[in-house]
Design a protein. Structure first.
Length: 371
């Protein structure tokens, strides 16, 4: 005779069963069912709404604790019709730059209940603006952080404004079309770098500029060259070469400059990745830094202090800029409340290390390479 099975009771707050999958994470519907409340009530508890009675709040909170329920950022918006997602949109070849931007945004979002979602794109591809618009619409984003050079794209900025999606532009200049901005003074910082090299005694200086289409590349080049001219130093056009903000483009540029018979005594690379490439080119050509050539960069990412000798560079507070941008996006409790319309300026500054020194006098050999 078959043994009679007891009926399985429906899930309640006292039951440890959630759905039919043993490892399935509970959903907001599960929490609502086990708490004997509506899904909207659960959303209100998650969002600390004052419209929930304390007894109900405690019961729902206990169920969420018992089943280790982690709210879905999309579901969290049900109570107040807003998203808990912040977008980071970029088109930049510098991986370290992007990582630091993500870390800065996460610094601001940590503990706030907001989540970060990244969206790489190619600004040269047809329809890239529409692609960003679709991304924003699909995710119902609370706001977007735009990294350079996308932060300088007027059409993209206007498209986000027309979609009522707040955005904060990080840029090297004050972009008039952007309502909210975090601006670094790259031009002034590079002027300080030029002054440093001239004060060391350098007069024949090479420049590896950034890629076309990046406003930062323009600002850094102009700031550097203008400061040199002010001090009576004029760079030969053949000593200005193009780079792509990548390590590989730094190697190529370094080989062009350092293989010359009249090579420069110092080189400014417009970012640290290219400066690292120049280190590689110098090594391949049997040259020592800074004995045979001084090298300076821009950004002061982790790579700058890990090169040997450590790199003299401009410290761009990348992580701080991203943290400020994310904070501006989450500072209000409702998407209908405007973000403060103001520009926040951050000041890059010179960090002196061992990669730059006075040029070696003619006829004096460089130091021997240590065993």
């Amino acid at each position: 005779m078959a043994r009679r099975k007891d009926p399985v009771p429906p899930p309640t707050a006292k039951s440890s069963r959630v759905g039919t999958g043993r490892n399935r994470q509970p959903t907001i519907n599960d929490i609502a069912r086990m708490s004997a409340v509506s899904k909207k009530t659960v959303s209100r508890v998650i969002n600390d709404s004052p419209l929930v009675q304390e007894e109900t709040r405690a019961r729902v909170a206990e169920v969420m604790r018992k089943f280790a329920y982690v709210p879905d950022p999309q579901a969290r918006g049900l109570a107040f019709s807003r998203s808990f997602l912040i977008g980071l949109v970029y088109d930049n070849p510098n991986a370290e730059f992007i990582v630091n931007m993500q870390l800065g945004a996460l610094d601001a979002l940590r503990g706030s209940g907001y989540e970060l979602i990244v969206h790489p794109c190619d600004r040269r591809s047809p329809g890239f603006v529409e692609g960003v618009q679709q991304f924003v619409g699909r995710q119902k984003l609370r706001g977007v952080i735009l990294l350079p050079p996308l932060s300088e794209d007027v059409k993209l900025i206007e498209a986000l404004q027309s979609a009522s999606c707040p955005s904060v532009s990080l840029a090297s200049v004050d972009i008039a079309q952007a309502t909210h901005r975090v601006v670094s003074s790259d031009r002034e910082a590079c002027a300080a770098l030029a002054a440093h090299l001239v004060n060391l005694g350098h007069r024949r200086i090479g420049l590896v500029r950034g890629p076309e289409g990046h406003r930062s590349a323009h600002e850094r080049r102009i700031g550097f060259l203008d400061a040199l001219r002010t001090r009576g130093v004029h760079i030969d056009d053949t000593l200005v070469v193009s780079g792509g903000y990548t390590f590989e483009s730094g190697i190529e540029a370094g080989e062009l400059l350092l293989s010359r018979s009249d090579r420069p005594t110092a080189i400014f690379a417009s970012n640290d990745e290219m400066a690292a490439g120049i280190y590689q080119a110098a090594y391949q050509l049997g040259l020592r830094i800074p004995d045979d050539v001084s090298v300076v960069g821009f950004d002061d990412g982790q790579i700058a202090s890990r090169l040997w000798p450590p790199l003299t560079t401009i410290r761009l507070p990348i992580r701080v800029m991203a943290r400020i941008a994310a904070t501006k996006l989450i500072q209000n409790t409702s998407a209908s409340e405007p973000i403060a319309d103001e520009t926040v300026y951050v000041i890059p500054h010179l960090v002196e290390r061992a990669s730059a020194r006075p040029p070696r006098a003619p006829g004096i050999p460089s130091r021997e390479t240590p065993p």
